[in-house]
Design a protein around this ligand. Structure first.
Ligand code: HEM
Length: 162
């Protein structure tokens, strides 16, 4: 296997595959709460970059739903982290934030979408990844749209598959 690039060593705890243990909780003021499952993949090829894919599924039918993929980079000699993300809904985003121990706090810096993206349009995204004391991974996502202020949309915990 390829050696880990030292530039991403502080994010080593993310690497591998993760699967939701309990279904995730979806919410937003404008919608009925929902459940979903999700698999996350974080890998590297020796570059100072982590490659990722997040695939969400309907909790009952297993039908594929939301998908994201992209890259993670760290600013050298700092705890600054950048996520470069494409979503299947037609949204692309840059999120940046800080790594503190094994907690990552991210905020959207740039959001762009395809011309025929579904409404309402997202205006802001805040995301937290955290490695829990039991070794599980937690993700919480809040968003603001052009109709709703910043509110929680997703909360989920994953167990490591590999
Ligand atoms: C609805 C954005 C991730 C499932 C929505 C809405 C937006 C949105 C803007 C419409 C809200 C409204 O009508 O007021 C996002 C963003 C995500 C994300 C930016 C990632 C950062 C996910 C994930 C799932 C999911 C992982 C898991 C299956 C849903 C469902 C709805 C919804 C079921 C309601 C039905 C629909 O509008 O399609 N999302 N979402 N979303 N989202 Fe997400």
């Amino acid at each position: 296997s390829v050696e880990l690039n030292p530039a991403i060593q502080p994010l080593k705890w993310l690497l591998g595959s993760w699967e939701s243990e309990e279904p995730g909780e979806g919410s937003f003021p404008s919608m009925k709460p929902f459940s979903y499952t999700e698999k996350l993949y974080f890998s590297h090829v020796g570059q100072p970059v982590i490659n990722f894919m997040f695939n969400a599924f309907h909790a009952d039918t297993n039908k594929p739903m939301h998908r994201e993929c992209g890259f993670i980079r760290m600013q050298p000699e700092t705890n600054r982290v950048a996520f470069i993300i494409a979503q299947n809904s037609g949204l692309v985003e840059i999120e940046e934030g800080e790594l503190t121990g094994t907690q990552l706090n991210l905020q959207s810096q740039k959001l762009e979408r395809i011309s025929f993206a579904k409404e309402p349009h997202v205006q802001e995204i805040c995301r937290v990844f955290q490695l829990l004391p039991d070794g599980n991974l937690e993700q919480t996502v809040s968003m603001a749209t052009d109709k709703q202020p910043l509110s929680q949309h997703l909360h989920i915990t994953y167990r490591r598959l590999s």
